[in-house]
Design a protein around this ligand. Structure first.
Ligand code: ADP
Ligand code: GN1
Ligand code: MG
Length: 380
């Protein structure tokens, strides 16, 4: 704790640090909440009482300065719109606290990089979706996010995680790892039913890997969040309105389709990423409808007709890609995603692949929902 206190002491907080506690359920960075004693009055009622202190995972983000550059650029862009008051005043991105030297992060003597953002008070995040009203909110806040950043010049953003959401690269990596694994698998679980299932789904769906990569153009490269899963969205505890998207580490130039697909694969799987029975995972089309309708109401002004053609493919690509990533990580000994037990990443992979199969079984219904979304957005 004293090490954490010393790290927290590097930041220019509006009050003395009172407590530091582990927080949240992210599987990449280490997150703590810092409580201030006697904080100074803050300019915004939701900010200034606590901070989120995070150790950025350097195995994943090799250049944290670029992550912070993107985050500051986004915050600046959004705050300029606010001062021009063109926008939804309820939408909020968590501001950064700088160090006493004015830097956006602190690097400790072990080379670990720390960042502090304002805690957004009166909010809650969820690992599984509760209601259809929440689903509409999720879609609306993702649409608002895209709408608010779509005019940010993409060449000003770094690619903080090269290869991220490049599905063919994940497939190539899997091919290498599975070849090596089968070669030395004496005594391993390569013959288990679980692994066989994963390999069969990957083989049957290899063509999905380059669908989105081949779609730019006709699709426009814009600013994407990269990781808009359900627990990266903050809801107001009282009204239930979604007011913020956090975890801006993967914001970079890309297709909004990765975000839509990721958001759907996360929210429409109502039993979560690590359920007790992965085989029972299903894609909930009512949630899908609510999210896409909510999205179209927030993002409609910049959507183009061709965007809709790739929403169903994206709905399949994202669970396929994440299943591949989880399975490959399992085969490599769980180096990337945090686990509590050695088979977590295998079970996470099976969950994504069962979800993919559920999406494929419901293709007609999902395409119809996308048609309805297109109408809502003003296209026919
Ligand atoms: P990770 O990259 O490990 O997923 P996140 O940035 O998503 O880390 O943070 C983990 C959790 O901490 C979130 O799911 C959310 O519950 C909480 N959290 C993060 N930032 C904030 C914030 N600014 N205000 C309130 N809660 C936050
Ligand atoms: C990771 O950081 P977190 O836990 O929000 C991952 C996402 C995955 C997600 C699955 C940088 O997100 O790509 O979809 O886990 N983030 C990174 O839970 O790899
Ligand atoms: Mg997160």
């Amino acid at each position: 704790m004293s090490a954490l206190l010393r790290i927290a002491g590097q930041f220019r907080f509006p009050g003395r640090v009172d407590q530091i506690q582990p927080y949240g359920s992210g599987i990449i960075n280490d997150t703590y909440v810092v409580t201030f004693a006697n904080p100074a009055p803050a300019p915004h009622p939701r900010l200034g009482k606590r901070a989120i202190l995070q150790r950025i995972n350097r195995q994943v983000f090799s250049n944290p300065a670029q992550v912070l550059h993107n985050q500051q650029l986004l915050l600046h862009h959004i705050s300029r719109q606010e001062s021009a008051s063109q926008t939804d005043q309820d939408f909020l991105l968590a501001p950064l606290y700088t160090t006493h030297g004015g830097e956006s992060y602190f690097e400790d003597e072990d080379g670990e990089v720390w960042r502090a953002t304002a805690f957004i008070e009166g909010t809650v995040s969820f690992d599984t979706l509760g209601s259809l009203q929440q689903a509409t909110e999720v879609g609306a806040v993702l649409g608002t996010f895209h709408q608010r950043v779509h005019d940010l010049p993409i060449e000003r953003l770094y690619d903080t995680l090269p290869g991220f959401h490049i599905t063919p690269d994940y497939l190539r990596r899997y091919d290498q790892v599975i070849a090596a694994y089968s070669g030395n698998s004496t005594g391993s679980d390569a013959d288990s039913e679980e692994q066989r299932f994963c390999r069969e789904v990957i083989t049957a769906n290899r063509a999905l890997a380059d669908v989105l990569v081949k779609a730019k153009p006709p699709l426009t490269t814009r600013v994407m969040h990269g990781d808009p899963k359900l627990n990266n969205i903050l809801f107001d505890t009282e009204s239930g309105k979604a007011i913020s998207i956090i975890d801006l580490d993967t914001v970079k130039p890309g297709l909004i389709h990765y975000d839509i697909g990721d958001c759907l694969r996360s929210c429409c799987n109502r039993s979560g990423e690590l359920p007790d029975t992965p085989a029972n995972t299903e894609f909930d089309t009512a949630v899908c409808r609510a999210i896409l309708q909510g999205y179209a109401s927030g993002a409609a002004p910049f959507l183009q007709s061709q965007d809709f053609d790739y929403i169903f493919p994206a709905t399949m690509v994202l669970p396929f890609e994440l299943g591949l990533r989880f399975f490959t990580d399992y085969l490599q000994g769980n180096r990337y995603f945090k686990v509590s037990s050695p088979k977590d990443n295998l079970r996470r992979a099976i969950t994504q692949f069962v979800l993919l199969q559920s999406i494929q079984r419901q293709e007609a219904a999902i395409r119809k929902i996308i048609g309805g979304m297109k109408n809502t957005a003003g296209f026919n």
